[in-house]
Design a protein around this ligand. Structure first.
Ligand code: CA
Ligand code: CA
Length: 275
């Protein structure tokens, strides 16, 4: 089942109510200073996600509209977006580091309308989160509204090595061993590969038991991977490999994660090579 379909099944019924509430509310107000270039938001004040109301804004594929939400506890954030015209929109909710949350992306094209998106996502703890409304192509106007349901009992500790800022440097020729356990909160490991010379970098993950996947990211751009491997090499669900071009001096980031939450402990080996 695709992520899209799974999301649609889980969330649609709940969100129809929210959508009806928002779209029936008062006149949208105009947000100022919403569009920001690229992904560098460090230190910038982003506009707040409107809660309990709908505002209008603009977005483009080069400068996605970005909103901030300060969660004072764990809880569920709902975001509803309705675009104007033919623009294809999607919603991505990330942590402050720009990493998409599990279940934090929606491109479901509600009712076949490319710009009609909504999601409800668990924010797992107190902190700053970002909501991106991206245009897949071109640019366009949209209305956006949010809602918040505090749910402090659902707070979980952060996965300490589950972020690109805590990535382990992979040295070509020096394999490493580690493990993941989604049921214990260890939901993803990050690795980085830096090349002095440039060329092609290959990262190989091997696990005898458990189903793993592997993603590669450009530094600082963690909302969307460059490439993903879930090809189950040699017919083994935990064996994955990615090969990506890398420039001299560049660092690429790799995420290893279990495909299913309930799999328990998965031990794996990982190694990198640059040619
Ligand atoms: Ca869409
Ligand atoms: Ca796999």
């Amino acid at each position: 089942m695709t992520g899209k379909l799974r999301f649609a099944l889980v969330a649609t019924s709940v969100l129809i109510l929210f959508a009806a509430l928002f779209l029936g509310s008062s006149e949208p107000a105009l947000a100022d200073g919403v569009a920001l270039p690229g992904s560098s938001f460090a230190g910038q004040d982003l506009p707040a996600l409107p809660l309990g109301q709908v505002i209008s804004s603009q977005t483009s594929s080069e400068a996605p509209a970005t909103f901030q939400f300060n969660a004072e506890s764990a809880g569920f954030l709902t975001v509803v977006v309705r675009g104007e015209g033919e623009v294809d929109l999607r919603i991505i909710v990330t942590d402050a580091e720009g990493l998409a949350l599990p279940g934090g992306a929606a491109d479901v094209d509600t009712g076949g309308v490319l710009s009609a998106e909504q999601l409800m996502v668990l924010l797992p703890r107190t902190g700053v989160f970002h909501v991106y409304v991206e245009a897949m192509y071109d640019s366009g106007s949209f209305n956006v509204g949010g809602a918040w349901i505090p749910f402090p009992d659902l707070a979980t500790e952060p996965d300490i090595d589950g972020h690109p800022s805590s990535a382990t440097a992979l040295i070509p020729g020096s394999p490493m061993e580690d493990s993941l356990d989604a049921s214990a909160g260890d939901v993803g490991d990050w690795y980085s590969v830096t090349s002095d010379t440039g060329g092609m970098v290959t990262v190989i993950v091997e696990a005898a038991a458990g189903d793993l996947a592997l993603e590669v990211y450009k530094e600082g751009e963690y909302r969307q991977y460059l490439d993903v491997s879930d090809q189950d090499m040699q017919g083994i669900a935990g064996n994955e490999s990615l090969t990506s071009p890398i420039e001299a001096g560049q660092t690429l980031y790799f995420r290893v994660f279990p495909l299913f939450e309930g799999e328990g402990l998965i031990a794996y080996k990982i190694r990198a090579g640059v040619m």
